[in-house]
Design a protein around this ligand. Structure first.
Ligand SMILES: Nc1nc2c(ncn2[C@@H]2O[C@H](COP(=O)(O)OP(=O)(O)OP(=O)(O)O)[C@@H](O)[C@H]2O)c(=O)[nH]1
Length: 807
C-alpha cells in the first residue's frame, strides 16, 4: 500500500503523523511541496503468517533472488520426498501395521514369538517364497549404529510432534492408557489418518511455495503519483495518470500469462465470483475506455484486472520474473471521500497516509515506503531527515532498515517509451529492494512455515522408523533364532520319520513273532503233555463210560485251554511291552501330542478257536479207518453203549490177538456167516463179549479209555495244527495292536513334520517380512535423517546469507 504525505493535509493529520516536528512538515511545504511518501505493503489479503515479520530485525530484506528460487526448489523437493516417505509409511502401515510407540512401560516388550500364530506383529500373508535364513546376528550387527535395538518407548513417544496421537476420553484416561486398550489395527488406522492429514498439509505447503504470485498494494494519498509509480515499475503506460484525482477503484496489474498470455482488462463487479474464463463474471474494457472506467465507474465496478506484458526481461520484470511474480494493485487515494475499502480503511471514511501508516505499523513491523515526486524537493537532505524522523515515530523497525525500506524517487522520471533508455539508480535500487522485500516476506510467510513443518514431520518419521526398525530387528532376530531351532528339528523329523516307523514295525514284527513262537511251543507242550496228565475223572461203571469219555475229553481240553490262557496273557504282556517300546519312540523324537490309548484286552477279547472233537466208540478202539467209519455209520448213539460192551470182547481178544485184528475178524466173520447166522451165533458171542467186558471193566478199561480219549484229543489238535494256529492268532492280535500304535506314531510323525514344515514356512516368511521391514525402516530412517540434514543446511544457508546481509 502506499500512503502519501501532503504538506497541505489537515492540521490534525499533521499532528498525528509527526508529533515531534509538526512544523517541519508544515513548514516544509515549500521544500516538500509535491513530496510524496508511498508505502508498499504486501499482500492484499494478509495470510496468518503474513504478520510474522519478527525475524526481519535480525535479517536482511536483501535476499538473493536465485538463492530464494533455489531454496524454493529444494524445499519443494523435500516436501515431495517427505510426502513419498509418508505415503510409503501409509502403504506399509496397511501391510505390516507400523508400531506406534505408546506403551507406558519404559522398555519395549520383547517381540512375541512367531510360533504364536496370530500374535506375530507382521501378519504372514504375502509371500510364499523362500528367503534363506540369516545365520545369527551377522548382518544385524552391521546395521547403522544409530539404529537401536532396545528402545525406550516412552522416550520415542514424547519425541513425536505432528504424528503424535492425542486422545481424549471422558473418564480422564491418558492418551497412553487409551492406546493400551486399543487394538494395534485401530492405532494403525489412527496413524493413517494422521499421515493423511499431514500429506494434505504437505501438499498445501508445496502448492503455496509453487505459487510464485504475490501482490503489492500501492496505497497513498490522492494524486500522490501511485499510478505513475505503477507505470514506472512496469516501464509501460498502463494506468491512466491525471493531475486530478482519478483512481476510483482497485486496479490490479498482473502478467498476461495469468490470462493465457492475452492482454485484456476485466472490470469486475463481484470479486468472489470472478473467473477469467467466464465472461459472465466480468466486463471486458477496451484500453481506450480505461481512463473513463477508472475515473468514473468506481460505483459500478469494484476492481479492474489488467493483464499486461512486462516489456522487460525476466530478471528485471516484476510481473513475471519466475521467482516471484508480483501483481501491482493501484489503490484509490487514501483521502478520497468516496472510498470504503479494506478493514483498515473502514474505521474512518477519510484516512491519510499518516494514519494509514500508523494503522499498518500496528500490524506490520516492516513497511516498504516510497516517497515520490522527490524531484520537486529542493532541500532533499532536510526533507529526507524530516520524513525519516516521522517514520521513526511510526515504524521504528522500518526506520532501522530505512536504507532498504524507505526510498525517495521520482516516478515520472522513468522513460516509459523505452524501458532500457534511462537508468535511474535510486529507482532501480528501490525496485531491487522491493523485490527482495517481497521475497523476504514470502520466505517468512511461505518457506518458514514449510521448513518448520517439514522439520517436525521428518523428525517424526525418524522417530517412527527408528522405533519400528528396532522392533523389526528384534523380531527378525527372534525369527532367526526360532528358525535355527525349527529347521534342524524339521530336518531331523523328516529324516527320522521312516527310520522310526521301520523300527516300530520291526518291534511289532519281532514281538508278534515271539508271541507266535512262544505260544505255539507252549501249546505244543500242552498238547503233547495231555496223555501224561494225572486224571481227576472218576470211573464209576461201564454204564457211565460215555460220560467218563466226555469228562476225560474236557479234562484234556481244559489243560489245553489253560495253556491257551497262559498264551493269551503272554501275548498281551508282550504286546503291551511292544506297544510301550513303540510309544517310547515318539517320546525319543519329541513328538507332540498324546499317544493313542489302546485296549489290549479288548483287542484280544475274541475266544480262542473252539475245539470241536467228536469222539465216537471207534475212537476207543484202534481199528482201521475204513472199518471205523463204516461202524460209525451203522451204529446209532443209543447203541454206542451196547457196542462198547461188545467191544469188551475185542479187548479180551486183543489181549492175545491184538484187538484190531480181533474186531476185524469178528466183523468179517459176521459178514461171512450172514446176519441170520449171526443171530444164531449171538448168544455165544454175547457170552464171550460179556466175559470180555467183565474183564475189561475190572482190569484195564479206564486206562484204555483215558488213553484213547487223550490220544484222540491230541491227534485232533495235531491234525488241526492247533498250536500253530493259536500262535498265529495271538501273534496276529498282537501285531494288530502294535500296528495301531505304529500307525498312530506315523500320524504323529506326519503331523509333527507338517507342523514343523508349516512353522518353517511361517518363519521363512517372517524372516522375509521382518527382513524387508528392517531394511525398509532402516532406509526410511536414513532418508529422513538425510532430509533433515538437508533441511537444516537450508536453514543455515539462509541464516548465513542473512548474517552477511544484515543491516
Ligand atoms: N513532478 C512529479 N510529478 C509526478 C510524479 N509522479 C506523478 N506526478 C504527477 O502527479 C500527478 C498525479 O499522478 P497520478 O499518478 O495520477 O497520481 P495518483 O496517486 O495515481 O492519483 P489518484 O489515483 O487519483 O489518487 C500527475 O500529474 C503526475 O504527472 C513525480 O515523480 N514528479
Amino acid at each position: 500500500m502506499s500512503a502519501s504525505f501532503n504538506n497541505d493535509t489537515r492540521a490534525a493529520r499533521r499532528h498525528s503523523l509527526a508529533a515531534e516536528s509538526p512544523t517541519s512538515i508544515a513548514n516544509g511545504r515549500s521544500s516538500l511541496s509535491g513530496g510524496r511518501l508511498t508505502a508498499s505493503y504486501p499482500p492484499l489479503v494478509s495470510s496468518p503468517e503474513s504478520s510474522e515479520m519478527g525475524g526481519l530485525e535480525r535479517s536482511s530484506v536483501g535476499v538473493d533472488q536465485h538463492a530464494y528460487a533455489g531454496k524454493c526448489n529444494r524445499l519443494m523437493n523435500l516436501l515431495g520426498g517427505t510426502s513419498a516417505l509418508l505415503k510409503g509409511l501409509r502403504e506399509n502401515n496397511d501391510r505390516w501395521l507400523i508400531l506406534y510407540p505408546h506403551q507406558t512401560s519404559p522398555k519395549i516388550q520383547r517381540a512375541q514369538s512367531f510360533s504364536e500364530k496370530g500374535n506375530a506383529r507382521y501378519p504372514l500373508k504375502r509371500s510364499n517364497s523362500f528367503s534363506a535364513p540369516h545365520n545369527g546376528d551377522s548382518d544385524i550387527m552391521d546395521e547403522d549404529s544409530r539404529l537401536v535395538t532396545s528402545v525406550d518407548t516412552l522416550e520415542f513417544h514424547t519425541r513425536l510432534n505432528v504424528l503424535k496421537l492425542e486422545m481424549k476420553s471422558h473418564d480422564h484416561q491418558s492418551t497412553e492408557e487409551i492406546m493400551e486398550s486399543l487394538e494395534k489395527s485401530s492405532i494403525a488406522e489412527l496413524l493413517n489418518k494422521r499421515i493423511d492429514k499431514s500429506l494434505k498439509h504437505l501438499t498445501n505447503l508445496h502448492a503455496r511455495i509453487a505459487d510464485k504470485s504475490s501482490k503489492v498494494l500501492v496505497a497513498g494519498d490522492l494524486n500522490a503519483g501511485k499510478s505513475t509509480l505503477v507505470n514506472a515499475l512496469l516501464r509501460r503506460q498502463v494506468l491512466p495518470v491525471d493531475q486530478q484525482p482519478c483512481t476510483t477503484m482497485f486496479c490490479e496489474v498482473l502478467d498476461a500469462r495469468e490470462n493465457g498470455g492475452v492482454e485484456a482488462i476485466h472490470a469486475i463487479k463481484n470479486i468472489e465470483s470472478y473467473n477469467r474464463e467466464d465472461p459472465a463474471t466480468f466486463t471486458e474494457i477496451q484500453y481506450a475506455d480505461l481512463y473513463e472506467t477508472v475515473s468514473e465507474h468506481g460505483d459500478i465496478y469494484k476492481q479492474l484486472k489488467i493483464y499486461c506484458r512486462d516489456r522487460r526481461i525476466s530478471e528485471e520484470s516484476l510481473l513475471h520474473n519466475g521467482v516471484v511474480d508480483i501483481a501491482l494493485v493501484d489503490c484509490p487515494g487514501l483521502n478520497s471521500d468516496s472510498l470504503k475499502t479494506m478493514a483498515v480503511f473502514a474505521r474512518q471514511e477519510e484516512i491519510d497516509a499518516n494514519q494509514f501508516l500508523r494503522n499498518a505499523s500496528n500490524e506490520k513491523a516492516y513497511l516498504f515506503i516510497i516517497v515520490n515526486k522527490f524531484d520537486e524537493i529542493k532541500n532533499k537532505k532536510k526533507c529526507e531527515k524530516i520524513i525519516l524522523d516521522q517514520i521513526q515515530q511510526i515504524s521504528p523497525r522500518t526506520y532501522e532498515h530505512n536504507e532498504h525500506l524507505v526510498h525517495f524517487v521520482s516516478a515520472n522520471s522513468i522513460n516509459l517509451d523505452n524501458p532500457y533508455d534511462q537508468k535511474i539508480a535510486e529507482f532501480e535500487k528501490m525496485e531491487e529492494d522491493l523485490r527482495n522485500f517481497v521475497l523476504k516476506k514470502r520466505s517468512k510467510s511461505k518457506l518458514a512455515p514449510a521448513e518448520h513443518y517439514l522439520s517436525n514431520v521428518l523428525a517424526d518419521i525418524t522417530v517412527l522408523s527408528e522405533y519400528n526398525h528396532g522392533k523389526a530387528e528384534e523380531e527378525y532376530q527372534n525369527a532367526v533364532s526360532e528358525f535355527n531351532e525349527a529347521k534342524p528339528l524339521y530336518d531331523t523329523l523328516r529324516m527320522k520319520r521312516n527310520q522310526v516307523i521301520e523300527e516300530a514295525e520291526k518291534i511289532a514284527e519281532d514281538t508278534s513273532a515271539n508271541i507266535h513262537k512262544y505260544t505255539k511251543e507252549n501249546l505244543e507242550k500242552a498238547i503233547n503233555g495231555v496223555h501224561k496228565l494225572p486224571t481227576k475223572c472218576e470211573w464209576s461203571s461201564i454204564l457211565y463210560v460215555w460220560q467218563y469219555v466226555l469228562e476225560v475229553k474236557d479234562e484234556a481240553l481244559g489243560s489245553i485251554e489253560q495253556a491257551t490262557r497262559e498264551n493269551e496273557d503272554f501275548a498281551k504282556n508282550m504286546t503291551a511291552e511292544g506297544t510301550e517300546k513303540i510309544k517310547s519312540l515318539a517320546d525319543a523324537n519329541q513328538l507332540s501330542g498324546e499317544a493313542r490309548q489302546v485296549n489290549i484286552s479288548k483287542l484280544f477279547g475274541r475266544q480262542p478257536t473252539e475245539i470241536l472233537i467228536h469222539i465216537g466208540p471207534t475212537d476207543l478202539f484202534d481199528i482201521d479207518f475204513e472199518f471205523s467209519d463204516k461202524l460209525g455209520e451203522k451204529l446209532s448213539d443209543k447203541l454206542q453203549m451196547a457196542t462198547l460192551s461188545g467191544g469188551a470182547l475185542v479187548v479180551v481178544a486183543s489181549k492175545y490177538l491184538g484187538y484190531k485184528s480181533a474186531l476185524t475178524t469178528l466183523w468179517r466173520f459176521g459178514n461171512f456167516v450172514g446176519f441170520d447166522n449171526m443171530k444164531r451165533l449171538a448168544i455165544p458171542i454175547l457170552l464171550l463179549a460179556g466175559a470180555g467186558t467183565t474183564y475189561y471193566l475190572f482190569s484195564d478199561m479206564q486206562r484204555v479209555v483215558t488213553g484213547k480219549v487223550r490220544q484222540k484229543v491230541r491227534k485232533h489238535l495235531m491234525a488241526e495244527n492247533y498250536a500253530d494256529e493259536e500262535g498265529k492268532r495271538l501273534a496276529r492280535y498282537g501285531r494288530k495292536v502294535m500296528r495301531k500304535i505304529t500307525n498312530d506314531l506315523q500320524i504323529r510323525f506326519h503331523d509333527a513334520v507338517q507342523e514343523q514344515e508349516k512353522r518353517c514356512k511361517r518363519l521363512r516368511e517372517a524372516l522375509k517380512e521382518t527382513g524387508e521391514a528392517k531394511n525398509y525402516f532402516g532406509d526410511v530412517f536414513k532418508k529422513s535423517i538425510e532430509m533433515s540434514e538437508t533441511l537444516k543446511f537450508l536453514k543455515i544457508d539462509l541464516e548465513e546469507r542473512e548474517q552477511l546481509t544484515v543491516f
